[in-house]
Design a protein around this ligand. Sequence first.
Ligand SMILES: C[S@@+](CC[C@H](N)C(=O)[O-])C[C@H]1O[C@@H](n2cnc3c(N)ncnc32)[C@H](O)[C@@H]1O
Length: 413
Amino acid sequence: MTSNPYPLGLRLHGRRVVVVGGGAVATRRVPALLDAGADVLLVAPELTPALRARVDAGRLHWVPRRFVPEDLDGAWLVHVAIDDPMAAASVSAVAAERRIFCVRADDRTAATAWTPAVTRHGPVTVAVFGGGDPRRAMTVRDAIRDLLAVRLAPDGIAGRPDASTGTTGGRQAGRVALVGAGPGDPELITVKGWRLLTEADVVVADRLVPGLLLDELRPDVELVDASKIPYGPSRAQEEINQILVDRALAGAFVVRLKGGDPYVFGRGGEELLACAAAGVPVTVVPGVTSSIAAPAAAGIPVTHRGVAHEFTVVSGHLAPDAPASLVRWDALAGLHGTLVILMGLKNLAAITATLIAHGRSPQTPAAVVQEATTGTQRVLRSTLGEVAADLRAADLRPPAVVVVGDVVGALDG
Ligand SMILES: C[S@@+](CC[C@H](N)C(=O)[O-])C[C@H]1O[C@@H](n2cnc3c(N)ncnc32)[C@H](O)[C@@H]1O
């Protein structure tokens, strides 16, 4: 007779867990044990390359031989991850003798412990047992994961005691998160970025963040449109810094949502420094940057075997001869690899002329990708010598990324 399992959360930090077996099952099980801080001893004559890499990195101990009963000395838990039923049964018998719970990959009915299907959502872990049917457990787990990602987070996860005041009752109050929203497609925000967004009391958003992300905010979230701050660029940045600091010091959880990645021409560093100076804790959540995603969305890999071994991301917002420019365009002209130019449309004629004047061939393939990853994406393919004129003729506009290099045609059939 099978009775229901009794669910427990094992606190394994610093505690010995023995994994017997070094194949695919062990490879899947070990990361969660390490994540829980367990002191993992792996007993197996051979390991997969992934496990070997963890051993080499000093993350776990490995004894390269078959199991002996003494391996369980001091263990709190054992995972049997071998498909030899006789050997598995003998490990499990030693574990039972010593009252150590034993998970068995080969025969769950003979095991004294089961591993659930798990989804993790920030501080919350959901573990599902499927009544002996792992597929059922995974199906239920997937449904819960989707629900947590899309809907339940604002009220269910942040632990809001009083939703009407919009005050976060969870750990995030009085903090700022600098979150990269990705290049345009709302699905290209990271899972962590999305979760923090659903927990925010205040969202300070840039012009380039995907509108659909904002559309899904709760009605009580204060949305500050940073692109509407009516000053010049440097004063506007000071205002934004002040808004972040003021709202956080007032107890709010503030998400500063920025297009692409916060640290790629995103002024995220300035915002972090301003918060740090005011004693406000900051979390940085990297984003998918348009400098890589826009070429990718147009079918252009920024590197390609045998074609480009480097890519350089550069801002074109200042003309090459502008005294304030920090870019060595003459040096960039001497590179063979891929050049990705952001904010470069206005100065493109001067930029391409400078690159050609310093030796880059005018025949070098070039492309412009406008509004990448959105429904209005446009792609222009040209050459370094022609791209500025072609751009004007095609009437392409910002936001757009310019890609220069042989990678532009690398995937063409
Ligand atoms: C101020 S920078 C911010 C870059 C951003 N932090 C990132 O990592 O993508 C703005 C420039 O990024 C580029 N950009 C951002 N989103 C884009 C998109 N969806 N398509 C093409 N270019 C984009 C354009 O060159 C635009 O002028």
